[in-house]
Ligand binder design. Sequence first.
Ligand SMILES: C[S@@+](CC[C@H](N)C(=O)[O-])C[C@H]1O[C@@H](n2cnc3c(N)ncnc32)[C@H](O)[C@@H]1O
Length: 197
Amino acid sequence: MKLNLGCGPRRLEGWVNVDTVAGFNPDRVMDLDQTPWDLPDGVAEEVLLNHVLEHLGASTASFLGVMGELYRVCCDGALIRINVPHPLHEHYRTDPSHVRPVTPQTLSMFSQAECDQAAAVASPMTPWAHILGVDFELASVQYVPDAHTETVLRERGVLRQDDRAEDFAEIFANLIAEIRMELRVRKPATRAEGQPA
Ligand SMILES: C[S@@+](CC[C@H](N)C(=O)[O-])C[C@H]1O[C@@H](n2cnc3c(N)ncnc32)[C@H](O)[C@@H]1O
């Protein structure tokens, strides 16, 4: 199964399109903030959240619920594509239904390897992957600059030509418009029946 969560008006053919707004004519009307989701375990091999995750999880409990459900409904190796506005971009700030900044660092907290590393160096990072028993590997990150802001900063010499815009994402508001991230779901192999533990 392929899940287009928060599909809005952009339904994808061959996918299960999910939204809370019935008017978008999704295949399933669901409030993703309400967990558990009415979907079986391990059924999704691909999930798309295109400008949706920043609308979910206004409370810590509901965000953790969403991450837990994403993990539960995915199979091992599933690919989750998450596109969000950069939290320092006006696109994030202007929409009152944007309730949750999401960055690659946020999602890394749901990786077992990242939590293992943090624990090894006594980092104060909350080991969410350990706590929730989930494992999402951050497979790729792409920063999409805001063309107008980048041009202004380069023309005025604030950014040099060899500077990468993404390295200044936390310094200049409106420099990065969008962050595109891919998560790979890691689930332990289930023991075949009759095999010793
Ligand atoms: C910015 S739109 C993006 C729509 C679509 N993914 C796209 O690429 O055009 C956000 C979508 O998330 C949906 N949404 C927001 N909160 C939701 C929730 N709690 N459960 C399900 N869908 C939700 C909205 O109804 C809306 O369709």
